[in-house]
Ligand binder design. Structure first.
Ligand SMILES: *Cc1c(COP(=O)(O)O)cnc(C)c1O
Length: 449
């Protein structure tokens, strides 16, 4: 039996809802089923985004007859709360007024995400020809794109030149010669290295000029008559140290001054990404202060947030497809290995590449839906059952969670869910690309940006 149409949910009374509680727009994602229905809630009956996500997860799972469904109908799926992206956008506007965001689409190139952010007025950080093309194909002005990859493929630079995508980054002399050859009119940002030791994904190991090279690079750019317009940096992804921003802003000031001495007039600072949602307000405060201390208002400031916008918007549901019981004769207890229908070769690549630790919760156990309840959560030691969670491939490294304890006995056919699954650089979010039913533009936005 095929599952029912996926519910897409939006509240109808945006104008009356406080900004902080802007409505969730939900969309279930199904490879098999692309029909969409919309559910409207009355003003008195506005549900929280979490409840709407729970409703959507539940209606999809309830529609699956595991004993009879077609192959793949019980595949893992995402529910995307696009309202969350909108709320993150408002939060950015409130806390980081001076910084214009260019969303790093490598984080989650889902077309609905990109379209929503385009409507909200952000720019885009693209790292390849395909990403640039995806954004341009949506009719977005090339001036809203920064090709923020300091070590670029030559043919991609020619493509950027042809399409009029002028903003790009560099961090070494060879890249300057390449730019001279293929796109001498480019507007260049010198990417500097940062201290990213307190971030989960260190990006300065791979990119960024150290401060003892910047002067030579600026002189070479001047000599080649290239157009250097600014400085960029990235404090590392999932950074946990707000002070990383103030140090990087100070270093950028140093490079702006060097550029002045060399006879280049820089106009823009690009503060990169690395904004984590939990620490956002304190990061924004530190960054705003540093910007105001070091850069007068005539210097434009842009940023390249990625995960900040999307991580919390996506919830992944996975089905338990098999189970192995591990009996411990000595202690007379048993543990279980659960095999899920998604793993590190699918939507859990972040475990391998981004050092993430997804948190499992129980969505459905037997006939009970536990979304959002205490019973859905992992427990510490005690009278609980121990599980390890594995992906569906035959590869031994396809392990999602080594140890999780739940009070419930989970069995084949049950469902787990994982929140905060929206931002994974090496994204295999194939199924998300089938999200349907998101309104092109939440009402009432024009007054906000
Ligand atoms: C990955 C990346 C980003 C986004 O980083 P987040 O930590 O997800 O905000 C921004 N800029 C560049 C150049 C990147 O490589």
């Amino acid at each position: 039996m095929a599952p029912p149409p996926i519910a897409s949910t939006e509240t109808t009374s945006l104008e009356t809802v406080a900004l902080a509680a802007a409505p969730a727009t939900l969309s279930g994602v199904s490879p098999a089923q692309k029909k969409t229905t919309k559910v409207h809630y009355d003003r008195d009956d506005i549900k929280t985004p979490k409840q709407l996500i729970g409703d959507t997860l539940r209606s999809r799972v309830e529609g699956i007859d595991h004993d009879r469904c077609d192959a793949g109908d019980e595949d893992a799926f995402f529910v995307a709360d696009l309202g969350e992206i909108y709320r993150q956008h408002i939060r950015w506007k409130v806390n980081l007024k001076r910084v214009k965001p260019f969303y790093a689409i490598k984080c989650n190139p889902d077309p609905q995400v990109v379209r929503l952010l385009a409507e909200l007025g952000t720019g885009f950080d693209c790292a390849s020809k395909n990403e640039i093309q995806q954004v341009l194909d949506m009719g977005i002005d090339p001036a809203r794109i920064i090709y923020a990859q300091p070590c670029k493929t030559g043919s991609y630079v020619r493509y950027a030149a042809k399409m009029g995508v002028r903003k790009m980054t560099f961090d070494n002399p060879d890249e300057l010669y390449k730019t001279k050859q293929f796109f001498p009119e480019a507007e260049l940002f010198l990417r500097i290295a940062t201290d990213d030791t307190s971030s989960l994904c260190r990006l300065s190991l791979k990119f960024g000029a150290s401060l003892d090279c910047t002067r030579n690079l600026l002189e070479l750019a001047k000599q080649l008559d290239l157009n250097v317009v600014g400085v960029s940096f990235h404090v590392g992804s999932s950074s946990s140290d707000p002070d990383a921003f103030s140090k990087a802003v100070r270093d950028s000031r140093f490079v702006f001054d060097q550029a002045n001495e060399v006879g280049l007039n820089l106009t823009t600072l690009d503060v990169g990404g690395g904004f984590c949602s939990e620490l956002f307000e304190s990061m924004a405060r530190v960054l705003s202060q540093a910007l105001d201390n070091h850069f007068p208002p005539n210097i434009g400031i842009i940023g390249e947030p990625g995960r900040y916008f999307v991580a919390s918007a996506f919830t992944l549901a996975c089905n338990v497809i098999a189970r192995r019981t591990i009996e411990d004769a000595a202690t007379q207890t048993c543990a279980y290995m659960l095999y899920l229908n998604d793993g590190i070769y699918g939507n859990f690549t972040s475990i391998m590449f981004d050092h993430q630790h997804p948190t499992p919760r129980i969505l459905r156990c037997g006939n009970r839906f536990l979304h959002g309840s205490e019973a859905s959560k992992e427990y510490g030691e005690g009278s609980t059952i121990e599980y390890s969670l594995w992906g569906p491939t035959c590869d031994g490294i396809d392990l999602i969670v080594e140890k999780a304890r739940f009070p419930e006995v989970l069995d084949i056919g049950d469902w787990l869910y994982f929140e905060e699954m929206g931002g994974s650089y090496s994204l295999a979010l194939l199924r998300v690309q089938l999200i349907e039913g998101i309104p092109a533009k939440p009402p009432g936005l024009t007054s906000i940006h």
